[in-house]
Design a protein around this ligand. Structure first.
Ligand code: FAD
Length: 438
């Protein structure tokens, strides 16, 4: 799959983080307890937890650490799963929906704990405004907020009417929304670099520019720089390992999402910076083609809007995203955009993560469907616990139960041909655009 993908420009985070440490390819073949493929949130969190538990871990990353989705996303730390609790309750019943909600709570706490414990400077901040884009959705949004408060015991959430939403966003565009004080946002690339540092300090061996190309005799990972024989393998590639794992690839699709970073708003004059997200919360909306935004620590608007199938990236991303930004913030008409970039959001058909043992002793995870900032590091921890248990070490029972819950979700396989996969995304996005307008 990778060969037919256009390459994504570096993110604003990549361009401004300074020189990231280099992790050299392995000097030759090696033997290890656990081999992890993929250096994003999932893989690095798994590596950190395994190394801390005393396991021997080797992680290989095809490119640079954090150049996949983990270093180029909106940085929004969401509550729950991508599907809300009412959807989940219908599909899997109240008890499982309740556990999925609790997993979301643990996942956010896990990120906060990692940031604090490993002193990761990633501008972690609290709060999210979910903006409702049409009045007809306000009733179901209120039902969701009531259910969260009354039956799922979540106290950090409150409905906002149209005026309160306008005040919270600095935009009159939306019909209303809710405030989630328990959610938050961060600089994702600095977070992923911090995870890599912590994993290495704990004893994990990290290797960049090392692509896994073949799985031989089960758990022997053949890479571009030698062979790694492992007792256990974790494919943390967001369902994009290439030829070595077709199962997870078939269960997920990639959708290009586009983001820009403006110049610092404070320099635009006339109070525009202070009025936009005055509480320094992040925001997203209820549209199918979702828009998501927040302010960076230096006062830029980081704004994501517009999606297409994974086949093409527009030449001028700033021009592609600008109409979305200016529709919500007409006061920012003509705002200078410092940089635009893109990334592949991996989604599954039910918009719930794919977590599976794809062959004996080989686990794969991904397809967080736009919810991976909180969930991917937590799933990395769950995969680490599974690897500990499989290699005869003590493992956390609750983590294994959470992993098992994910594995029981039905995630249908999709087409294998690139052209058909792109056609499916294009059709879904057109349907979504129509839905967003009526
Ligand atoms: C533009 C954008 C905006 C987003 N916004 C948000 C948001 O605001 N909030 C949120 O919760 N989620 C968001 N997401 C989703 C989130 O970023 C992902 O769910 C999450 O980063 C997935 O992490 P990961 O570690 O599983 O995958 P990745 O970060 O993609 O890491 C996988 C790594 O595996 C490597 N790899 C692949 N194949 C091989 C191989 N054969 N050998 C070696 N290495 C290999 C890749 O190079 C890559 O570095 C967004 C995603 C994008 C793209």
């Amino acid at each position: 799959m990778a060969s037919s993908q256009p390459s994504h420009p570096p993110s604003w985070y990549h361009l401004t983080a300074g020189d990231a440490p280099r992790y050299a390819p392995p000097g030759g073949s090696a033997k290890t307890d656990v081999c992890i493929v993929g250096g994003g949130f999932t893989g690095l969190s798994a590596a950190l937890h395994l190394a801390q538990a005393g396991a021997d871990v080797v992680l290989v990353e095809a490119g640079r650490i954090g150049y996949g989705a983990s270093g180029r996303n909106g940085g929004q730390l969401h509550s729950g799963q991508r599907q809300d609790v009412l959807w989940l309750e219908k599909k899997v019943g109240f008890e499982a929906a309740r556990t999925f909600w609790d997993i979301g709570e643990l996942a956010k706490a896990h990120v906060r704990n990692l940031v604090e414990r490993h002193e990761i400077a990633c501008d972690l901040a609290g709060g999210l405004i979910e903006a409702v884009h049409k009045p007809s959705l306000m009733e179901e949004t209120a039902a969701l907020v009531d259910a969260l408060k009354d039956r799922f015991n979540y106290r950090d959430i409150a409905m906002l009417d149209k005026d309160e939403t306008a005040q919270a966003l600095g935009s009159e565009f939306y019909a209303g929304g809710f405030r989630d004080k328990g959610a938050g946002h961060l600089d994702p690339y600095r977070f992923v670099l911090g995870l890599a540092r912590a994993a290495q300090e704990a004893g994990a061996k990290l290797h960049e520019d090392t692509r896994a190309i073949l799985l031989r005799s089960g758990r022997t990972v053949v890479t571009t720089h030698g062979t790694i024989s492992a007792d256990h393998v974790i494919l943390a590639t967001d369902c994009r390992s290439g030829e070595i794992d077709k199962i997870s690839r078939r269960c997920a699709l990639g959708i290009n999402s586009f983001i820009v970073a403006t110049e610092p708003l404070g320099e635009l004059g006339a109070g525009s910076a202070a009025d936009i997200l005055p509480g320094n919360e992040c925001a997203d909306d209820t549209r199918y083609i979702v828009r998501y935004w927040r302010k960076s620590a230096d006062g830029r608007l980081i704004f994501g809007g517009g999606e297409n199938n994974s086949g093409t990236i527009p030449g001028d991303i700033a021009a592609y995203v600008r109409p979305h930004l200016e529709e919500i913030y007409p006061q920012l008409s003509g705002v200078p955009i410092a940089h635009g970039w893109s990334g592949l959001v991996t989604v599954t058909a039910p918009r719930m993560p794919f977590v599976r043992e794809v062959q004996p002793g080989v686990w794969a995870a991904g397809g967080y469907s736009g919810q991976g900032v909180a969930l991917a590091p937590y799933v990395g921890k769950l995969l680490a616990e599974q690897a500990l248990s499989a290699t005869g070490r003590n493992a956390d029972r609750e983590a294994l139960d959470h992993l098992a819950l994910y594995t029981r979700l039905a995630i249908p396989q999709l087409a294998d041909w690139d052209w058909m996969r792109r056609a499916m995304v294009t059709a879904a996005l057109w349907q979504g655009r129509i839905k967003d307008r009526v």
